[in-house]
Design a protein around this ligand. Sequence first.
Ligand code: SF4
Length: 285
Amino acid sequence: MPMNLFVRYGKSAYVYARALARLFRGLLFGRVRSEYIALLFVKNRLRKESLLISIFVTATCSLQCEHCIMGNLLGARRGYSLSLEELRAFILISERSGYVFEIMLTGGEPLLWNNLKDALRILRASRMCAGLSLFTNATTIEPLFDAETVSYLDTIKVSQYRHNSENVDMLIRRYPSKVQIFHGEDFYVNPRVAVTHAVPALCLNPELFYFDYHMYACPHSASIAYGSGSTMQLANPLAVGFLKGLERIKHEQQYEICAYCISNEKVRLQVEKVANKGNLLRGRG
Ligand code: SF4
């Protein structure tokens, strides 16, 4: 015999039925904004899939590349280093939010980060980590001679320059299945003013960016804002549900941020590409 919910659950069944009826009326008359409906699905998807994030672990770098897209951030936050205490807070809140991430450590130069080995161990043991890699300029590769450190990494992404070929070759020989090479010989020149006809952006960088207790909608916005002086909201503070609203932020940052970004294909078509020559070891910390 079919069960009558209104008899069995009485008052609460009426409350839910009225809420559903209101939602349905709202949808019918266009009073519920589509982004709220989309959020229900996005949240569900985030719990099932992993997202790619860059975690900015240190502002220290062994190179000084003139056109580094992170240059403004490195200059403004000289000496910044992600603490293990903050990393643990980030992991805890990600797990409470039900998020799972493919994680890439960046900087600066992550191999110069004092907490590297402990951080990799902690991240690997967490439920929020679906994959772990780092991006290095391979000028100082000693931390990668440690078997335990390397065992935590799925991928070692390496920028190849004229002066680091010996180290790059050594890494390829030692870890052929883990090393991925990216050519760093030429750089697009970062524009100083917004490039016209560059939005909506054709963005080549899909990942999110974690830095200093905040999750940013994209990996370059913090650095571009330090250079352009933009004060718009680019990130959410670290708190349960911190991914909520990042799509909206990415949409709203187009004119103030994406129009300056060399990861925007429409910007690349309009700026110069130059040899990366100002990059020998003078240190930046
Ligand atoms: S600033 Fe815009 S174009 Fe550049 S990485 Fe971020 S979202 Fe992509």
